[in-house]
Design a protein around this ligand. Sequence first.
Ligand SMILES: NC(=O)c1ccc[n+]([C@@H]2O[C@H](COP(=O)([O-])OP(=O)(O)OC[C@H]3O[C@@H](n4cnc5c(N)ncnc54)[C@H](O)[C@@H]3O)[C@@H](O)[C@H]2O)c1
Length: 346
Amino acid sequence: MSLRIGMIGVGVMGTAHCDTIVHHVSGAELVAVSDADSARAARLAQELDGTRTHDDPYALIRDPEVDAVVIASSDETHLEFVLACLSAEKNVLCEKPLAPTAEASLAVVEAEAELGRRLVQIAFMRRFDAGYLAVKERLDAGSIGAPLLVHCAHRNKSVPASFTTEMLFTSSVTHEVDITRWFVDREIVSATVFTPRSTRLAQNGVRDPQLVMLESEDGVLVDVEVFVNAQYGYDIRCEVVGESGTLTLPPPVDVFVRHEGHDGRRINPDFRARFRPAYRDQFQTWTDAVRRRGGPAGPSAWDGYAAAAVVDACVESLHSGRRAEVRLAPRPELYAPAAGAVVTAG
Ligand SMILES: NC(=O)c1ccc[n+]([C@@H]2O[C@H](COP(=O)([O-])OP(=O)(O)OC[C@H]3O[C@@H](n4cnc5c(N)ncnc54)[C@H](O)[C@@H]3O)[C@@H](O)[C@H]2O)c1
């Protein structure tokens, strides 16, 4: 039987996720949608034959014909919806962030640990990107020895006028935090933010770009340039420097075009185009895991909480101008790291 999915929030991401589930995921069926804007939900349901709407998102969560829930509503709504899914003992794939702060995210970790089984997956979709997976595979195989440094860049063409300086960390750097925690298989213990001269093209006084230095518990240093008004396109870079070599995130597959005196490749306009295959693989892997094993196979509530704790430290450092320590609660047994992790130095 296919996995019957209910979607809460059908704005930009939720609508794209509905399309992914309906057209690109096997073994899944989109059965219900809910949005605070009920007319928007009704329009989408009409386009997607056989999908019904719930005005009340909690009614969608309780619906006996919904096996699993995807949360793609606004950031501040995630926490209560995820907790309601746990009360209903339903699998839930929640867009990042799990909650606005680490302290709030911890409530999910505690509720899930109390339940004693994993039902929550966080939509850190980069873990399903073919390029990041290839780097991770080589790193875990010991191809470059122990990792020492990670260099990352996160550049957006532009962002909406509502984007704040803090969102460079809460919305953007959170992905680099998750990826580097996953790569080095260690927690990040500190963050130091450096604010260079800003671009004149940022709106409303946003300080853009920013540079953050993260430190893992075993001494790996990670630098992340985040620049959300870079103008030329959406450009994500990552290089891991190890004891005996480097691993570089490959650029997305595209054709080289030589035309009118130019030689080059297209640059993706935004994250949806850049990570489209990763979103698909995220949903396919989640669907398969929930159907076969009854639980998720991807970033956990702990990963969502730990990323939020690092982001909190970034924001603290942004305001204080000093190194900020990451404060993490003890990790419950439910989230014990898997055996056979990366080669470590020393
Ligand atoms: N993983 C990624 O790469 C990625 C990228 C962009 C956005 N996101 C996250 O996805 C989420 C959605 O982002 P978006 O760009 O689609 O935003 P959006 O504003 O386009 O859509 C949000 C939708 O949620 C609805 N909503 C708000 N409160 C609600 C409530 N209480 N109940 C039901 N619906 C409610 C709104 O009406 C709107 O339709 C955000 O949490 C965002 O941070 C993740």
